[in-house]
Design a protein around this ligand. Structure first.
Ligand code: SF4
Ligand code: SF4
Length: 198
């Protein structure tokens, strides 16, 4: 696919929600690899593409491919285009990047060991927002949470009025020790307690 076709097809990512610090952080990564040694997700799934340094590098490639001035003046098939235009990144590749960006427990360990002190998790979350705003999210496996939150104001796919039932099930399954106090209170008191908690 040539760059013009690619430009027309891929949805452009707006990064105006990133702070100035976060934009600078995209250039602050030295690729030293310290974060890789400490990432708990990488311990179980050692793919370079899910490391902080790879996420930052890939996002920069995507931004370059969408914002290069050279693309406006040179055909990528021309000699100068081949020399000057950044490599195009397809919509499918951006979707792959979005999926990998979510392969993170947001534990922030990479931030604490990073010599450049990059606020990694805040940066990932800002990039996630940019991706969702551009139409690359929510990811298919997030849709259940999104529709539940819209319908019920919670991620559990049931109305709040069913909370007593959830907790009984959880207690029966041994996932909680006891029914929360608020649910043991008489109905009238419960409403007041809920109103005070909100
Ligand atoms: S520790 Fe920081 S600077 Fe080093 S590779 Fe990781 S994110 Fe980049
Ligand atoms: S925040 Fe994400 S990328 Fe960083 S160490 Fe934790 S799991 Fe790994």
């Amino acid at each position: 696919m040539d760059n013009k076709e690619n430009e027309n097809k891929v949805k452009k990512i707006d990064i105006s929600n990133l702070t100035m610090r976060q934009v600078m952080e995209l250039d602050a990564c030295t690729r030293c690899g310290e974060c890789v040694k400490w990432c708990p997700v990488y311990v179980f799934d050692a793919r370079e593409s899910i490391t902080p340094r790879a996420k930052i590098r890939r996002f920069k490639q995507i931004l370059r491919s969408q914002n290069s001035l050279f693309n406006k003046f040179f055909s990528p098939d021309s000699l100068l285009g081949k020399l000057l235009c950044p490599e195009p990144v397809s919509e499918e590749e951006i979707r792959q990047f979005a999926a990998e960006l979510y392969e993170c427990s947001t534990c922030r360990q990479c931030h604490f060991v990073c010599p450049a002190r990059i606020d990694t998790v805040e940066l990932y979350e800002a990039i996630r927002m940019s991706l969702v705003n551009a139409g690359y999210g929510p990811l298919p496996n997030h849709m259940g949470l999104v529709t539940s939150t819209k319908s019920f104001d919670n991620p559990w796919q049931q109305p709040r009025s069913q909370r007593a039932r959830w907790t009984k099930t959880a207690k029966k399954a041994g996932r909680i020790e006891d029914i929360p106090v608020i649910l043991k209170a008489p109905k009238g008191d419960r409403k007041n307690m809920e109103a005070n908690a909100e």
